[in-house]
Design a protein around this ligand. Structure first.
Ligand code: BDP
Length: 770
């Protein structure tokens, strides 16, 4: 097995008792009126798409029905009949999927009052029994809700949970759960210099617009089978949108030839509840490729009609081809991308101009806040708040605050730097009370081992989402809702429209993500986007059961490997709050001595190594970046005695002989930490070896090969960094008094530890986990 189904594997249930029970509970699938609500299709010839071996579905209920049929056939190891007619009373063993609109059964058995509060994406799964007879209803207010419920039901079988006496209702906490697909990231090509390589899944991009197909004499876009696997996988975890191209945007995506391709892709994704968007370039209107509709630089005035008119026309073309096109992602005045500042305007002017132009079409603007400028700031981290904060604060003529329009989201990375393995939260979360905030996470492992290292990111996102922002301090305390997750889901500051964005890790490798374990990060991103309060260990356990095996020892072992893997990577790459020690050529390996043309791209700028110590002083005695946090957090981070040790060097220049909480001096603890990270990888490699009898041959071998590379490269990180630090500290390696365990702390809560005396990872039993 090559991993190409992601976690949508429907293998026969091994346990005979459970299989018998499942077969009793599920004997028929009933989906009424699946073919109604035909979705708008611009490419009718794609019903059987060239390049695809599968018939493309036309409606969301068809997608739900087909998934149920496919899943049950695999899991129950026998075909389950489908009917469209429930009769007077659903037969024993029926599973009915629908909405109150589509299904008589749903209308009869699910009161509107139970469904309405679940909104347009929520679902309900309910068992009905009479005597020994019973049936199951999966219902949503919308077909998409019903599809989500279908996947949730199948997940229960895939993870061997009970499917009787169900009364489940779920709805997402965040409204827009999107991927950003950076389709070409040639710079970080990993092992493959010509494609998107290590970052996005080995050989190249997931969507291939160069592929064309001949059908009925016409030159049609190709919908490859893997697009549909991706669509199903996204829907299975509730992801409902995707910006399909790189943020350093190529204007070609706005040309008619590409729009035709985008329309075909949107048609294929639509039944799965997924809408598409594009990343754009601020100065696109001046691109000669759009002639005769091309503007001059002088016409790029965000307050003028030329600029707004252009974007309105372009968005209109997209809307005509893609009726549910959602809008644009914009990277402006960032890393050489053009933006309003080039013309004397600010982000508010620029974002609002495009937002106003597309608002009549119901579209939104996701304006990224990833900005920095070495020429104006000593500390790169301060820039975003300086450029955006005052706009949020500005009093408007109608007395309200905040200049950004309602259809603008500011899209901000979880941390203030750039997707490092551990960052403090970005101080803008909670600060931008009058603006829609979208949280951007990096699913693709640019700085976390790319597709070579096994690094499960669920705990990292959980740590970020469960960090206390102390937003508005006292008021926040009274409200009781001031975690990062509360800011993002809108409950902390009363935002109705909410968004979370994951930079996707999809590519054209057989397993779509390059490393088999990278699939877990896409899965976790979706699950945490739906419900950020979930426990990352529970998510890992679901994924392992769906992807690898339900055998207790396999589940326990792989979950242990995953849960410690991120803290291990932090330990051998950038322990105790160190950041950005990557060699610039690929962002994979270490080069702490590197000094580049730009300070703020250089490892030496971040490590500040000298004979006194190591780390960046951002406290009031240094750059005073800490002042951007709410007072309680600012005080905690700003004081070397109260800052959490795992963020020590993020905020302080730490003397080599500083006494650490372990009782050892900083230098010794630092070296031990590097060593422990590497030892953990060794333990993972050996542990995987022991799983050989339980894992299919191809995937076993592929992961085994990756772990060997991982171990060697982790050792390289340790050796390169420790050797370099030693040239400043002048100290020897500590001997024989190493710590025995590293605590795994998520959201201020110790969730476990890995113990290196006899390497293993332990997760204490948690109470109250559902
Ligand atoms: C950095 C990447 C760069 C991206 C940038 C961004 O190195 O390729 O363009 O983020 O977020 O991590 O725009």
């Amino acid at each position: 097995y090559d991993g190409s189904d992601l976690w949508l594997r429907y293998v026969p249930v091994e346990d005979p008792g459970l299989l018998r029970k499942y077969r009793e509970t599920v004997t028929t699938v009933i989906v009424e009126n699946a073919g109604r609500n035909k979705v708008h299709r611009h490419t009718p010839d794609l019903s059987m798409a060239p390049g695809s071996t599968e018939r493309l579905v036309e409606t969301t209920l068809e997608a739900a029905r087909d998934e149920l049929v496919r899943g049950l056939k695999g899991l129950l190891d026998r075909a389950v009949p489908v009917t469209t007619e429930p009769g007077d009373r659903p037969p024993d063993g029926a599973v009915i999927v629908g909405t109150r609109d589509s299904s008589k059964v749903v209308r009869q058995h699910i009161p509107a009052g139970d469904l309405t509060p679940l909104g347009d994406a929520g679902y309900l799964i309910r068992s009905f029994t009479r005597g020994t007879q019973g049936f199951t209803v999966i219902a949503g207010n919308t077909e998409t809700g019903a599809l989500y419920g279908t996947f949730a039901f199948l997940r229960r079988l895939q993870t061997h949970k009970t499917i009787t006496r169900l009364d489940i209702s779920e709805s997402p906490r965040i409204r827009n759960r999107h991927l950003n697909n950076w389709e070409t990231v040639r710079l970080y090509a990993g092992n493959n210099a010509s494609g998107t390589g290590g970052l996005n899944g080995e050989n190249g991009t997931i969507f291939n617009f160069a592929a064309r197909g001949e059908s009925a004499g016409r030159n049609l876009p190709v919908i490859l089978d893997r697009y549909i696997v991706v669509a199903r996988a996204m829907a299975s975890v509730g992801i409902n949108g995707i910006t399909i191209n790189l943020v350093n945007a190529d204007n070609v995506y706005l040309t008619p030839r590409y729009i035709a391709q985008e329309a075909a892709l949107a048609d294929a994704l639509r039944p799965y509840g997924i809408k598409i968007a594009l990343a754009i370039n601020y100065t696109a209107p001046t691109d000669p490729r759009f002639a005769p509709d091309t503007l001059t630089n002088e016409q790029l005035d965000p307050h003028g009609e030329d600029f707004r008119g252009w974007w309105n026309r372009r968005a209109g073309l997209l809307r005509a081809a893609i009726p549910d096109f959602t809008g644009f992602t914009v990277k402006a005045n960032s890393e050489g991308q053009p933006g309003p500042q080039d013309f004397g305007d600010d982000h508010g002017d620029g974002a609002n101009a495009i937002a106003a132009a597309v608002a009549p079409l119901g579209m939104k603007i996701y304006w990224r806040t990833f900005v920095y400028n070495a020429e104006v700031d000593e500390d790169r981290l301060k820039r975003a708040y300086l450029e955006f904060g005052y706009i949020d604060d500005e009093r408007q003529s109608d007395g309200t605050r905040g200049r950004f329009l309602d259809n603008v989201f500011l899209q901000t990375k979880n941390g203030p730097l750039d997707f490092q393995a551990r960052e403090p939260i970005h101080p803008m979360f909670g600060r931008m009370e009058n603006t829609n905030q979208a949280l951007e996470l990096q699913v693709t492992q640019e700085y976390t081992g790319q597709d070579e290292m096994l690094c499960y990111l669920g705990p990292m996102w959980e740590e970020a989402l469960k960090t206390d922002t102390y937003a508005t301090d006292e008021r926040g305390r009274l409200l009781g809702k001031r975690l990062m997750g509360h800011i993002v889901d809108g409950t902390a500051q009363g935002h109705a429209d909410t968004a979370i964005i994951g930079v996707a890790n999809l590519g054209n490798a057989d397993n779509l993500t390059g490393h088999h374990f990278a699939q877990a990060n896409l899965f976790a991103f979706g699950r945490q986007s739906w419900d950020w309060t979930l426990d990352s260990a529970d998510i890992a356990a679901d994924w392992v059961r769906m992807t690898w095996s339900n055998r207790t020892n396999v589940v326990g072992t792989i979950v242990k490997m995953m849960m410690g893997s991120w803290e291990a990577l932090v330990s051998y790459q950038t322990p105790f709050g160190m950041a950005h020690q990557f060699r610039s050529s690929d962002h994979y390996g270490p080069n702490p001595a590197e000094r580049l043309a730009r300070d703020d791209w250089s490892p030496v700028y971040y490590n500040r190594a000298d004979s006194a110590g190591l780390g960046y002083d951002r406290s009031p005695t240094g750059s005073d970046f800490t002042a951007q946090y709410f007072p309680t957090l600012a005080a905690r981070y700003g004081d070397i005695d109260t800052v959490p040790e795992n963020l020590l060097m993020w905020f302080h220049h730490v003397p080599w002989d500083r006494r650490m909480r372990s009782g050892r001096i900083f230098w010794d603890d630092l070296v031990y930490r590097y060593q422990m990270g590497v030892q953990y990888v060794t333990w993972m490699r050996l542990t995987w070896e022991a799983l050989r009898p339980s894992i299919d041959a191809r995937r076993f071998a592929e992961v085994r090969a990756k772990l060997a590379i991982h171990e060697a490269d982790a050792g390289d990180w340790r050796d390169t960094c420790v050797t370099y630090w030693k040239s400043f500290s002048g100290r020897d390696d500590p001997v024989d008094d190493g710590p025995l365990s590293i605590a795994i702390v998520v959201g201020g809560r110790r969730i476990g530890a890995f113990d290196l005396s006899a390497p293993s990872y332990s997760i204490p039993v948690r109470r109250g986990a559902s």
